[in-house]
Design a protein around this ligand. Structure first.
Ligand code: SF4
Length: 690
């Protein structure tokens, strides 16, 4: 059962419409943007101020935590004041964990209630026990008795619900039967959905959030597949939870949310950043706009277009990617010099573009900065327009610290014999990048013969629709010494997005039985043309590379939309880290904060990052509260969690090791804990600035 109409074009998934007050979600509505206030809910004035600030920057749905009945009661005044300020049209959502009584109070005052199925009816004890079928049925009955009253009240008052599953807070019942898995997340939501359906209530939006974009992507896909089997068409709320802040938070969010939006899934989104909530809105807006601009490309009904794409001779029908379980595509790698190896055991390699052949030496020098000592550009890409460009390239190779391999992007007019006579055959490994159209079979043959003769690698940039015409030559000669990439995506016959074009390339290689590596190029052509802000470029790069890497595709990446080579290198490593494809620094999982938060998350996160940002491979969670925090931090190595005002609890994995430490001592105690567990190294250089 497919989870989306097409993996090559953005064909929006059809859902029924859910009304949150006056705001429609799903159906034919645009993607709705939402966020959450961070003030204490009982501080009505502050919460109203934050709600207004969010609405004024384009937030269409505002969520407010309701940690207890008292806070839930305050929602009445918040709603009244927010409406009086001119925002009656902006719906409010109460965020509920643990307390059905708070939900039953909140439903009287706001347009939507979010419940977490992991803790709405279950106190999580991390208990390990076997559930017999009758135990399980009894648990489900208890769930029904707890949740059905809220469903009935929502129905009576015309409210909506979100069943918001989090990877880190699944109930013990689900954990023991399904484990800490995307399947467990889906089952957790379906239990609640069935109770609502038994009461003929369908005004429900679903979410499957995780801090790991791969887990989150798989969970949403699986949820849609399962809903399709049961003829359910509920809208989806997308989000990567605890994404953190700054560039890393934006990258992780773009990877998770952007990948699903490309697949046509998602009706409302929240970008969770450990920053003031208003900064989430431009990121969410940009992701939503990019996705909706792709919807407009459809000029046939969704079903017809998808069928025509899949059955066209140019589109192989065998998709080698399992979209529900991450597996990295098997590749046999060409040797790209001392640190350039690619393949299943190797992380994806980073390539950076130099502005020109004459500035190559300068680029080599810039890339030799100590800042990139642990995150080097393994390959440098430079354009060769004429044979005259080869002289400065040779000079740069002789005079400056060269990368592991050099990629020469060859102008179409360059003849293979020119390179054969002018390139040095020592030191740096050469990759020759050339674009091939469908009438260039003979030329492809000549280039393949040349690279094999001299021990180079050929990067074949296949023009749209050219692969079928070139396939015979590739089948004849084999694909050793070759890698494949794309730089233009607009197929003549069928609209496709850049991710779809790479997926199609992977399918075509699969059909050839080739395991040649794939190089993901984020070129100027993939950027939205009239939008060139850094945020826009960062999101483009994250969605393109992240979506593919989370599908297990991609052995090399380059972000060519950044002119500064050091910046481009850092960004590429940050995208690889966000996709979990190459870990080069500490991974921070930080909650966005809300009315439950017990310390200043933003300054604390920055301070801890300064002290621990050099710990490659260590995953650190910084969570604002104990109620939800420990569960949310899922697979972190260490946790720094608010236990009480001014007090911190420290975790190793899921176990709390130190309780109620004064906050002033908590940083040092955390570092001591990291040392005790053998994960500390002294910083050699200044921490990477983000
Ligand atoms: S972990 Fe953070 S965002 Fe989640 S409930 Fe606690 S304070 Fe709020």
């Amino acid at each position: 059962m497919p989870y989306c109409a097409s993996r090559f074009q953005t064909l929006r998934r059809a859902t029924h419409e859910v009304m949150i007050g006056a705001v429609g979600v799903g159906g034919s509505n645009p993607i709705r943007i939402q966020s959450m206030t961070t003030s204490a809910t009982e501080d009505v004035a502050a919460t109203v101020r934050q709600s207004i600030a969010l609405a004024e920057v384009g937030c269409e749905i505002v969520r407010i935590t309701a940690p207890n009945v008292q806070a839930a009661k305050c929602l009445a005044d918040i709603r009244k004041s927010f409406s009086a300020a001119g925002f009656a049209h902006v719906p409010l959502v109460a965020d509920i964990h643990f307390l059905p009584s708070a939900a039953m109070e909140a439903v009287e005052h706001v347009e939507k209630i979010r419940v977490n199925p992991g803790n709405y009816a279950d106190k999580k004890k991390f208990a390990v026990r076997e559930y017999s079928d009758s135990d399980y049925d009894q648990e489900l009955q208890r769930l029904y008795d707890t949740f059905a009253p809220l469903v009935k009240r929502c129905k009576a008052l015309g409210r909506a619900l979100r069943v918001g599953t989090n990877h880190g807070s699944l109930s013990d019942r689900i954990m023991n039967r399904y484990g800490d898995t995307p399947l467990g997340m889906v089952e957790s939501a379906l239990e609640f959905l069935r109770i609502a359906e038994a009461n003929s209530f369908k005004q429900i939006v679903l979410s499957m959030k995780a801090s790991n974009p791969k887990v989150m992507i798989e969970a949403y896909r699986l949820l849609v597949e399962r809903m399709n089997q049961e003829s359910m068409h509920y809208p989806l709320h997308l989000g990567v939870t605890e994404a953190g802040d700054g560039e890393d938070g934006r990258i992780k969010s773009a990877i998770g949310i952007g990948s699903l939006l490309l697949d046509g899934l998602g009706d409302t989104i929240r970008v969770s950043l450990t920053e003031d909530s208003v900064y989430e809105i431009p990121v969410a807006r940009s992701l939503a706009d990019k996705a909706m601009s792709l919807w407009k490309n459809q000029d046939l009904p969704a079903g017809e277009l998808a069928v025509s794409a899949r059955t066209s001779a140019a589109w192989p029908t065998q998709d080698a990617v399992d979209p529900f379980h991450f597996t990295r595509r098997e590749t046999t790698a060409p040797d790209l010099g001392p640190s350039g190896k690619t393949g299943p055991e190797q992380p994806p390699r980073v390539i950076v573009r130099a502005p020109s052949a004459s500035e190559l030496a300068q680029t080599f020098t810039e890339l030799a900065t100590p800042r990139l000592k642990d995150t080097p550009a393994e390959g440098v890409l430079v354009t060769v327009d004429t044979a005259n460009d080869l002289a400065p390239i040779n000079a740069a190779l002789r005079s400056s610290p060269a990368p592991s391999f050099l990629v020469l992007e060859l102008a179409p007019a360059l003849d293979p014999s020119v390179l054969a006579t002018h390139l040095p055959r020592v030191g740096t490994h050469f990759v020759l990048l050339r674009s091939f159209g469908q009438n260039e079979r003979d030329l492809l043959r000549r280039w393949i013969e040349l690279v094999r003769k001299f021990g180079y690698t050929l990067a074949c940039d296949i023009q749209p629709d050219a692969f079928p015409a070139l396939a015979e030559t590739l089948r004849d000669l084999g694909t050793s010494n070759l890698l494949f990439t794309l730089s233009s995506f607009e197929s003549a016959g069928v609209a496709q997005h850049a991710v779809g074009a790479y997926r199609r390339l992977a399918e075509q290689l699969h059909a050839l039985d080739s395991s040649a590596p794939i190089w993901i190029r984020n070129t100027a052509a993939t950027a939205v043309r009239n939008e060139s802000s850094f945020l826009s470029r960062l999101l483009e790069a994250s969605v393109l590379a992240g979506a593919l890497l989370c599908d297990g595709l991609g052995d090399l990446i380059s972000i060519e939309t950044e002119a500064d080579p050091v910046r481009a290198t850092t960004l590429a490593y940050n995208v690889l880290q966000g996709a979990g494809a190459r870990i080069s620094k500490t991974e921070f999982v930080a909650c966005p904060s809300c009315g439950r938060t017990l310390f200043d998350l933003q300054t604390t996160t920055q301070r801890i990052r300064e002290k621990t940002g050099h710990l490659k491979g260590v995953k650190l969670a910084i969570m604002g509260c104990i109620v939800n925090g420990p569960g949310e931090m899922a697979d972190a190595d260490f946790g720094y969690v608010g236990g009480a005002p001014g007090k911190i609890n420290l975790y190793v994995g899921k176990s709390c090791i130190q309780y109620n430490i004064p906050q002033a001592e908590a940083d040092d105690r955390l570092i001591a804990l990291i040392k005790e567990n053998g994960k500390w190294v002294d910083p050699k250089l200044a921490p990477i600035s983000l």
